[in-house]
Ligand binder design. Sequence first.
Ligand SMILES: O=C(O)c1ccccc1NCC(=O)[C@H](O)[C@H](O)COP(=O)(O)O
Length: 204
Amino acid sequence: MTVGMSDLFVKICGLRTARDVDVAVEAGADAVGFVFAASPRTVDAETARRLSGRVPDHVLTVGVFRGQSMEEVRRLTEESGIRAVQFHGDEGPAYYEALRAPGRTLIRATAAGELPVRCGELDEDLLLLDAPDPGSGTPWNWASPRFTAPEGRWLLAGGLHPDNVRQAVEATGAWGVDVSSGVESERGVKSEQLIRAFVAAARG
Ligand SMILES: O=C(O)c1ccccc1NCC(=O)[C@H](O)[C@H](O)COP(=O)(O)O
């Protein structure tokens, strides 16, 4: 898997316009996410393909799925040409086996809890620890002394924004971060200023 050119991997999720994509890339994001799950941020395969075409090779394009059939995930992935698949539902090992392909990155998102988790348990390349309601901007208690950082490559997500991301990275030792709501001026509408501020703050 080829990911990230910088020390901290930064993914900006829920992009819907060419301007969103251009700003995220210019700001130095390592990955950009397109939501195919039901959401105010949902894009179709054609839109994701068009937007992905603006993304340079060193930036990973990610499709976000939740509770969709294997056939739908496969179709949207192939039609859009995105390079990584992020599962947010209860997709089991069969999904990872079916979607594994050369050059494709598989990301498993899971709600952060008190039980230790490890990247690779379902053959994923990256683990994403998120709030129970993904994409809602709700934080979880990553500062809790009971939190154990996962083994392997993992992304921290859930309620991050420019003013808390650095503290979150320092507290958890996360390999990377993922944000959607915290770089929006209103739900589903990305802010250029907040995207730039987030990437800069994340890397300190
Ligand atoms: O964005 C959504 O609406 C969404 C819907 C269903 C599954 C996942 C979704 N988004 C995932 C993300 O944007 C991020 O991986 C992450 O949850 C960040 O969320 P936020 O707390 O809004 O920064």
